[in-house]
Design a protein around this ligand. Structure first.
Ligand code: DX5
Ligand code: ZN
Length: 224
């Protein structure tokens, strides 16, 4: 069975020592760096933009998984690609033209991800699932790190996994928000492929070891 990926969220890192944290990730078992871009409009918080992402790209050896929590994502995807994004995830709730945007991302040579807020049903993906590389299911309300995992997400993961298997698609399921050692196993059993982990990694005593533990979890079959 395919091994899951770990994407530590840099939102929870120490901004005074960003290079140090990125280097720690370079030397860990992390697969991607999850980069949360917030505009203060789509979500009630502002994080960082292209300039910082460009700087991260210079230091990070890992692919950058850029999560755009912004309105009008179509205006900015090209600039984030130019800053070194490998995957760009936009919110389904933030655009009327998800299909066009996914096609555009692919034509630029970046992986296309679509994210759903907790209240958005996975059925809304029925006509876009074929066109994306990844679905990011938010397991907290986007905008802040350190929130509690919403357990209803497990059911959404199972439903989405069944659709992906039924249609024989190569689409990853990423789970974002409140993920840590206490719930990673049930999330993976429900069918997740990528775990985003912010606070649970960076606020732990030994971030490197926490990543190693998250990566070491073995799942033999999905509970769908
Ligand atoms: C929330 C962000 C998440 C956040 C996760 O809006 O999209 O990626 O950084 O942080 P934790 O793991 O602390 O919930
Ligand atoms: Zn995120």
């Amino acid at each position: 069975m395919n091994k899951h990926l770990i994407a530590p969220s840099i939102l929870a890192a120490d901004y005074g020592h960003l290079n140090k944290d990125l280097e720690m990730l370079n030397n860990s078992q992390a697969d991607w760096v999850h980069v949360d871009v917030m505009d203060g409009v789509f979500v009630p918080n502002i994080s960082f933009g292209q300039m910082l992402v460009k700087q991260m790209h210079k230091v990070s050896k890992l692919p950058l998984d850029v999560h755009l929590m912004i309105v009008e994502p179509e205006k900015y995807v090209e600039s984030f690609k130019d800053c070194g994004a490998d995957t760009i995830t936009f919110h389904l709730e933030a655009t009327n033209h998800a299909h066009r945007l996914a096609q555009h991302l692919k034509s630029m040579g970046v992986k296309a991800g679509v994210a759903l807020n907790p209240q958005t049903s996975v059925h809304n993906l029925d006509d876009i699932l074929e066109d994306v590389d990844m679905v990011c299911l938010m397991s907290v309300n986007p905008g802040f790190g350190g929130q509690k995992f919403i357990y209803r997400t497990l059911d959404k993961i199972r439903k989405l996994k069944s659709k992906i298997i039924e249609r024989n698609l190569d689409v990853k399921i990423e789970i974002d928000g409140g993920v840590g050692l206490q719930n990673a196993e049930v999330i993976l059993k429900a069918g997740a492929d990528v775990l985003v982990a912010g606070s649970s990694v960076f606020k732990s005593e030994n971030p490197n070891q926490t990543i190693e533990r998250l990566k070491a979890i073995e799942i033999n079959n999905f509970d769908i």
